[in-house]
Ligand binder design. Sequence first.
Ligand SMILES: O=C(O)CCC(=O)C(=O)O
Length: 257
Amino acid sequence: MASTATRDAFRIEGYVIVRELIEPALAGALRLSAEQSGADTHAYEKRDADGRKSRVTLWYTPGDDVFGQLSSLDRVVNTMSDCLGGDAKFFHAKLMQKSAYEGGAWEWHQDYGYWYDDGFLTDAMGSCYIALDAATRVNGCLQVIPGSHRYGRLRHGAVGEQVGADSDRVAMLAERDGIVHCELAPGDAVFFHASLLHASAANTSPDSRWGLITSFHREDNPSISDDPRFGPKTTPARTYSELVSASQHFSTSRDFL
Ligand SMILES: O=C(O)CCC(=O)C(=O)O
């Protein structure tokens, strides 16, 4: 169960950082396993406004391997349920890969800017980013505008190959409420609301920035789309000890986007 401070931070600020959600050594082992098992070979690429590429490996069903277990870890699902005020159901998970020197930016957007089109009627949804590599200002950590989830869904349009939120509105909110850089050590996590404005800069550093994002919808906010990938999934909650004792293998047979 998440603490009251965690729930309140999520509801008021739209995000909350949880330090050492998993042990740094486990995050490091998962990072290595993802790379060695070829998770990146299933990635698609998105270019930012400057043409730099970011790579994403996304899947809709958690699966039984260690990444499936991580994305349905009880402490992730329970925290998200407490933050959303109802049972959190798995939507999808993705391995975000920003390579050293060349990983592109993610433009300012709300996830609900995209997920509206996947048939979700409300923004009772959220995500958890778990750092596998350290995420810093120089390698392009997540940036958020605190409290911006309260303004409803902004207009979104094409920016490079991505979809970005109305830039005038973003500039106005950033000026007024500021921008927070979510710097994370391996194993730290940030939980954030689907309407929170967020972005990240290009990676200009020699260090890669990989992380796992798992996204959820509240049980009473299922997708009305008939696309089976967006439907609710039955995912057994995994315990931390199951995760630690799981083989560190990343299964490359899953329903990748
Ligand atoms: O990985 C990042 O830096 C940002 C990813 C993101 O904005 C998203 O997946 O919605």
